[in-house]
Design a protein around this ligand. Structure first.
Ligand code: HEM
Ligand code: HEM
Length: 221
Protein backbone atom coordinates (compact mmCIF):
# COMPACT_ATOMS: atom_id res chain seq x y z
CA UNK A 1 0.00 0.00 0.00
CA UNK A 2 1.62 3.34 -0.95
CA UNK A 3 1.25 6.66 0.87
CA UNK A 4 -1.73 7.86 -1.17
CA UNK A 5 -3.63 4.62 -0.62
CA UNK A 6 -5.94 3.94 2.26
CA UNK A 7 -8.27 1.10 3.30
CA UNK A 8 -11.68 2.51 2.39
CA UNK A 9 -15.01 1.00 3.46
CA UNK A 10 -16.75 -0.28 0.31
CA UNK A 11 -19.11 -3.12 1.38
CA UNK A 12 -21.79 -2.69 4.06
CA UNK A 13 -22.46 -5.46 6.57
CA UNK A 14 -25.78 -6.62 5.01
CA UNK A 15 -24.08 -7.19 1.62
CA UNK A 16 -21.23 -9.12 3.23
CA UNK A 17 -23.58 -11.20 5.37
CA UNK A 18 -25.78 -11.84 2.34
CA UNK A 19 -22.78 -13.23 0.46
CA UNK A 20 -21.38 -15.54 3.12
CA UNK A 21 -24.76 -16.84 4.31
CA UNK A 22 -25.62 -17.48 0.64
CA UNK A 23 -22.43 -19.52 0.16
CA UNK A 24 -23.23 -21.66 3.23
CA UNK A 25 -26.89 -22.18 2.26
CA UNK A 26 -26.16 -23.09 -1.37
CA UNK A 27 -23.59 -25.61 -0.10
CA UNK A 28 -26.12 -27.03 2.36
CA UNK A 29 -28.84 -27.20 -0.32
CA UNK A 30 -26.46 -29.16 -2.54
CA UNK A 31 -25.36 -31.48 0.26
CA UNK A 32 -28.93 -32.10 1.47
CA UNK A 33 -30.08 -33.48 -1.93
CA UNK A 34 -27.01 -35.70 -2.07
CA UNK A 35 -28.08 -37.32 1.23
CA UNK A 36 -31.75 -37.38 0.08
CA UNK A 37 -32.90 -35.03 2.84
CA UNK A 38 -35.43 -33.06 0.80
CA UNK A 39 -36.99 -31.46 3.88
CA UNK A 40 -33.69 -29.82 4.75
CA UNK A 41 -33.23 -29.06 1.04
CA UNK A 42 -36.52 -27.16 0.81
CA UNK A 43 -35.70 -25.24 4.02
CA UNK A 44 -32.28 -24.18 2.67
CA UNK A 45 -33.82 -23.32 -0.71
CA UNK A 46 -36.53 -21.22 0.96
CA UNK A 47 -33.88 -19.39 3.00
CA UNK A 48 -31.95 -18.73 -0.24
CA UNK A 49 -35.18 -17.34 -1.72
CA UNK A 50 -35.46 -14.98 1.28
CA UNK A 51 -31.84 -13.89 0.83
CA UNK A 52 -32.44 -13.21 -2.87
CA UNK A 53 -35.57 -11.17 -2.12
CA UNK A 54 -33.50 -9.14 0.34
CA UNK A 55 -30.69 -8.69 -2.23
CA UNK A 56 -33.10 -7.47 -4.92
CA UNK A 57 -34.43 -4.88 -2.50
CA UNK A 58 -30.87 -3.99 -1.42
CA UNK A 59 -29.94 -3.55 -5.09
CA UNK A 60 -32.45 -0.69 -5.21
CA UNK A 61 -32.31 0.82 -1.71
CA UNK A 62 -29.12 -0.59 -0.13
CA UNK A 63 -25.66 0.89 0.38
CA UNK A 64 -24.26 2.75 -2.66
CA UNK A 65 -21.94 -0.08 -3.82
CA UNK A 66 -24.65 -2.76 -3.54
CA UNK A 67 -27.05 -0.91 -5.86
CA UNK A 68 -27.58 -2.35 -9.34
CA UNK A 69 -27.29 1.15 -10.83
CA UNK A 70 -23.77 1.40 -9.37
CA UNK A 71 -22.40 -1.76 -10.95
CA UNK A 72 -24.44 -2.61 -14.05
CA UNK A 73 -22.62 -0.56 -16.66
CA UNK A 74 -23.16 -0.30 -20.43
CA UNK A 75 -21.11 -2.16 -23.09
CA UNK A 76 -18.72 0.80 -23.56
CA UNK A 77 -17.62 0.75 -19.91
CA UNK A 78 -17.34 -3.06 -19.90
CA UNK A 79 -15.21 -3.13 -23.07
CA UNK A 80 -12.89 -0.37 -21.97
CA UNK A 81 -12.46 -2.09 -18.59
CA UNK A 82 -11.75 -5.42 -20.33
CA UNK A 83 -9.14 -3.78 -22.58
CA UNK A 84 -7.30 -2.39 -19.55
CA UNK A 85 -7.57 -5.61 -17.54
CA UNK A 86 -3.86 -6.41 -17.72
CA UNK A 87 -2.79 -2.78 -17.35
CA UNK A 88 -2.64 -0.55 -14.28
CA UNK A 89 -6.30 0.35 -13.99
CA UNK A 90 -7.32 1.69 -10.57
CA UNK A 91 -9.03 -0.91 -8.36
CA UNK A 92 -12.81 -0.53 -8.30
CA UNK A 93 -14.53 0.84 -5.18
CA UNK A 94 -17.20 -1.86 -5.55
CA UNK A 95 -17.84 -4.38 -8.34
CA UNK A 96 -15.88 -3.57 -11.50
CA UNK A 97 -17.85 -3.26 -14.79
CA UNK A 98 -17.12 -6.89 -15.78
CA UNK A 99 -17.65 -8.31 -12.30
CA UNK A 100 -20.95 -6.43 -12.06
CA UNK A 101 -22.45 -8.49 -14.88
CA UNK A 102 -21.15 -11.73 -13.41
CA UNK A 103 -22.92 -10.77 -10.16
CA UNK A 104 -26.11 -10.23 -12.19
CA UNK A 105 -25.64 -13.65 -13.82
CA UNK A 106 -25.06 -15.36 -10.46
CA UNK A 107 -28.17 -13.75 -8.97
CA UNK A 108 -30.27 -14.58 -12.08
CA UNK A 109 -29.23 -18.23 -12.01
CA UNK A 110 -30.01 -18.45 -8.30
CA UNK A 111 -33.45 -16.92 -8.90
CA UNK A 112 -34.08 -19.43 -11.72
CA UNK A 113 -32.98 -22.36 -9.51
CA UNK A 114 -35.30 -21.29 -6.71
CA UNK A 115 -38.15 -20.53 -9.15
CA UNK A 116 -37.97 -23.97 -10.83
CA UNK A 117 -37.46 -25.67 -7.45
CA UNK A 118 -40.83 -24.35 -6.26
CA UNK A 119 -42.57 -26.28 -9.09
CA UNK A 120 -40.24 -29.30 -9.20
CA UNK A 121 -41.39 -32.87 -8.61
CA UNK A 122 -39.21 -35.96 -8.49
CA UNK A 123 -39.65 -38.99 -10.76
CA UNK A 124 -42.05 -40.90 -8.49
CA UNK A 125 -43.91 -37.77 -7.34
CA UNK A 126 -42.88 -38.26 -3.70
CA UNK A 127 -40.78 -35.15 -3.30
CA UNK A 128 -41.99 -31.83 -4.60
CA UNK A 129 -41.78 -28.08 -4.36
CA UNK A 130 -44.65 -26.14 -2.72
CA UNK A 131 -46.23 -24.98 -6.01
CA UNK A 132 -45.96 -28.28 -7.89
CA UNK A 133 -49.64 -29.01 -7.26
CA UNK A 134 -50.47 -25.97 -9.42
CA UNK A 135 -48.99 -27.64 -12.52
CA UNK A 136 -49.20 -31.05 -14.21
CA UNK A 137 -46.75 -33.84 -13.35
CA UNK A 138 -45.01 -33.34 -16.75
CA UNK A 139 -44.53 -29.63 -16.14
CA UNK A 140 -43.25 -30.44 -12.64
CA UNK A 141 -40.70 -32.85 -14.16
CA UNK A 142 -39.60 -30.22 -16.68
CA UNK A 143 -39.20 -27.75 -13.80
CA UNK A 144 -37.10 -30.35 -12.01
CA UNK A 145 -34.82 -30.83 -15.04
CA UNK A 146 -34.44 -27.07 -15.44
CA UNK A 147 -33.78 -26.78 -11.68
CA UNK A 148 -30.92 -29.24 -12.12
CA UNK A 149 -29.67 -27.64 -15.37
CA UNK A 150 -29.58 -24.16 -13.80
CA UNK A 151 -27.65 -25.59 -10.86
CA UNK A 152 -25.07 -27.00 -13.32
CA UNK A 153 -24.82 -23.50 -14.78
CA UNK A 154 -24.34 -22.04 -11.29
CA UNK A 155 -21.54 -24.50 -10.49
CA UNK A 156 -19.77 -23.44 -13.69
CA UNK A 157 -20.21 -19.76 -12.97
CA UNK A 158 -18.98 -20.16 -9.39
CA UNK A 159 -15.82 -21.74 -10.82
CA UNK A 160 -15.38 -18.69 -13.06
CA UNK A 161 -16.13 -16.48 -10.01
CA UNK A 162 -13.38 -18.17 -8.00
CA UNK A 163 -10.94 -18.08 -10.94
CA UNK A 164 -11.55 -14.33 -11.33
CA UNK A 165 -10.92 -13.78 -7.61
CA UNK A 166 -7.68 -15.77 -7.88
CA UNK A 167 -6.66 -13.74 -10.95
CA UNK A 168 -7.18 -10.50 -9.01
CA UNK A 169 -5.19 -11.84 -6.05
CA UNK A 170 -2.24 -13.15 -8.08
CA UNK A 171 -2.01 -10.88 -11.12
CA UNK A 172 -3.50 -7.61 -9.91
CA UNK A 173 -2.62 -8.00 -6.21
CA UNK A 174 -6.15 -7.01 -5.16
CA UNK A 175 -7.50 -8.78 -2.09
CA UNK A 176 -11.17 -9.02 -3.00
CA UNK A 177 -11.94 -11.73 -0.44
CA UNK A 178 -10.62 -9.71 2.50
CA UNK A 179 -12.78 -6.80 1.33
CA UNK A 180 -15.87 -9.07 1.28
CA UNK A 181 -14.98 -10.09 4.86
CA UNK A 182 -14.18 -6.79 6.60
CA UNK A 183 -15.72 -4.45 4.04
CA UNK A 184 -12.53 -2.47 3.40
CA UNK A 185 -10.23 -2.32 0.37
CA UNK A 186 -6.94 -0.47 -0.26
CA UNK A 187 -7.89 2.38 -2.60
CA UNK A 188 -6.58 5.81 -3.58
CA UNK A 189 -7.65 8.42 -1.02
CA UNK A 190 -9.61 10.13 -3.78
CA UNK A 191 -11.86 7.07 -4.37
CA UNK A 192 -15.54 7.32 -3.42
CA UNK A 193 -16.25 5.34 -0.25
CA UNK A 194 -19.50 3.55 0.55
CA UNK A 195 -22.55 5.72 1.21
CA UNK A 196 -24.52 3.62 3.69
CA UNK A 197 -28.22 2.88 3.26
CA UNK A 198 -30.97 4.35 5.43
CA UNK A 199 -32.03 2.27 8.42
CA UNK A 200 -35.65 2.08 7.15
CA UNK A 201 -34.33 0.45 3.94
CA UNK A 202 -32.57 -2.21 6.00
CA UNK A 203 -35.65 -2.87 8.15
CA UNK A 204 -37.99 -3.16 5.14
CA UNK A 205 -35.45 -5.42 3.35
CA UNK A 206 -35.16 -7.70 6.37
CA UNK A 207 -38.95 -7.92 6.69
CA UNK A 208 -39.30 -8.78 2.97
CA UNK A 209 -36.51 -11.40 3.10
CA UNK A 210 -37.73 -13.01 6.31
CA UNK A 211 -41.33 -12.95 5.04
CA UNK A 212 -40.48 -14.71 1.76
CA UNK A 213 -38.40 -17.35 3.57
CA UNK A 214 -41.05 -17.94 6.25
CA UNK A 215 -43.92 -18.30 3.77
CA UNK A 216 -41.96 -20.71 1.54
CA UNK A 217 -40.77 -22.84 4.49
CA UNK A 218 -44.35 -23.06 5.73
CA UNK A 219 -45.74 -24.02 2.32
CA UNK A 220 -42.89 -26.46 1.59
CA UNK A 221 -42.97 -28.75 4.58
C1 HEM B 1 -29.97 -22.46 -4.14
C2 HEM B 1 -31.03 -23.22 -3.97
C3 HEM B 1 -31.13 -24.63 -4.51
C4 HEM B 1 -30.19 -25.48 -5.04
C5 HEM B 1 -28.71 -25.25 -5.19
C6 HEM B 1 -30.87 -26.70 -5.41
C7 HEM B 1 -30.28 -27.83 -6.00
C8 HEM B 1 -30.90 -29.00 -6.29
C9 HEM B 1 -30.30 -30.18 -6.89
C10 HEM B 1 -28.84 -30.27 -7.31
C11 HEM B 1 -31.26 -31.14 -7.01
C12 HEM B 1 -31.09 -32.55 -7.58
C13 HEM B 1 -31.66 -32.57 -8.97
C14 HEM B 1 -31.61 -33.95 -9.59
O1 HEM B 1 -30.49 -34.50 -9.69
O2 HEM B 1 -32.67 -34.44 -9.98
C15 HEM B 1 -32.48 -30.60 -6.46
C16 HEM B 1 -33.68 -31.28 -6.39
C17 HEM B 1 -34.84 -30.76 -5.87
N1 HEM B 1 -35.03 -29.47 -5.37
FE1 HEM B 1 -33.61 -28.02 -5.23
N2 HEM B 1 -32.21 -26.56 -5.10
C18 HEM B 1 -32.40 -25.32 -4.55
C19 HEM B 1 -33.59 -24.76 -4.11
C20 HEM B 1 -34.79 -25.43 -4.07
C21 HEM B 1 -36.05 -24.88 -3.63
C22 HEM B 1 -36.28 -23.42 -3.22
C23 HEM B 1 -36.98 -25.86 -3.70
C24 HEM B 1 -38.43 -25.79 -3.32
C25 HEM B 1 -38.83 -25.25 -2.19
C26 HEM B 1 -36.33 -27.04 -4.21
C27 HEM B 1 -36.94 -28.25 -4.43
C28 HEM B 1 -36.34 -29.36 -4.97
C29 HEM B 1 -37.05 -30.59 -5.23
C30 HEM B 1 -38.51 -30.88 -4.95
C31 HEM B 1 -36.11 -31.46 -5.80
C32 HEM B 1 -36.35 -32.93 -6.25
C33 HEM B 1 -36.61 -32.96 -7.72
C34 HEM B 1 -36.06 -34.22 -8.36
O3 HEM B 1 -35.45 -35.05 -7.68
O4 HEM B 1 -36.19 -34.36 -9.57
N3 HEM B 1 -34.99 -26.75 -4.42
N4 HEM B 1 -32.24 -29.30 -6.04
C1 HEM C 1 -21.92 -20.89 -3.79
C2 HEM C 1 -20.85 -20.18 -4.09
C3 HEM C 1 -20.88 -18.68 -4.35
C4 HEM C 1 -21.86 -17.89 -4.85
C5 HEM C 1 -23.25 -18.32 -5.34
C6 HEM C 1 -21.36 -16.53 -4.86
C7 HEM C 1 -22.08 -15.43 -5.28
C8 HEM C 1 -21.63 -14.12 -5.22
C9 HEM C 1 -22.44 -12.96 -5.48
C10 HEM C 1 -23.92 -12.99 -5.85
C11 HEM C 1 -21.65 -11.86 -5.31
C12 HEM C 1 -22.08 -10.41 -5.41
C13 HEM C 1 -22.24 -9.88 -3.99
C14 HEM C 1 -23.26 -8.77 -3.94
O1 HEM C 1 -23.03 -7.69 -4.49
O2 HEM C 1 -24.33 -9.02 -3.38
C15 HEM C 1 -20.33 -12.32 -4.98
C16 HEM C 1 -19.24 -11.51 -4.75
C17 HEM C 1 -18.05 -11.96 -4.26
N1 HEM C 1 -17.74 -13.26 -3.93
FE1 HEM C 1 -18.88 -14.88 -4.17
N2 HEM C 1 -20.08 -16.53 -4.36
C18 HEM C 1 -19.76 -17.82 -4.04
C19 HEM C 1 -18.59 -18.26 -3.47
C20 HEM C 1 -17.54 -17.45 -3.12
C21 HEM C 1 -16.34 -17.89 -2.45
C22 HEM C 1 -16.07 -19.34 -2.00
C23 HEM C 1 -15.54 -16.80 -2.31
C24 HEM C 1 -14.18 -16.67 -1.69
C25 HEM C 1 -13.21 -17.51 -1.87
C26 HEM C 1 -16.24 -15.66 -2.89
C27 HEM C 1 -15.77 -14.39 -2.92
C28 HEM C 1 -16.46 -13.29 -3.42
C29 HEM C 1 -15.89 -11.95 -3.47
C30 HEM C 1 -14.49 -11.54 -3.05
C31 HEM C 1 -16.88 -11.12 -4.01
C32 HEM C 1 -16.75 -9.62 -4.31
C33 HEM C 1 -16.20 -9.49 -5.71
C34 HEM C 1 -15.89 -8.04 -6.04
O3 HEM C 1 -15.06 -7.44 -5.36
O4 HEM C 1 -16.51 -7.52 -6.99
N3 HEM C 1 -17.46 -16.11 -3.38
N4 HEM C 1 -20.35 -13.70 -4.91
Amino acid sequence: MNASTTRLKIWDLPTRLFHWVLVVLVGLAWWSVSVHNLTLHRICGSLVAGLLAFRLWWGLFGGSTARFAAFLKGPGAVLSYARGLFGHAEPAAGHNPMGGWSVAALLSLLIAIVGFGLFAVDVDGLESGPFSNLVSFEVGRTASHLHDLMFDGLKLLVLVHLAAILFYAVVKREGLVRAMVDGKKPLPETATPLAPARIWALIVGLVIGAGVAAVLIRLSN
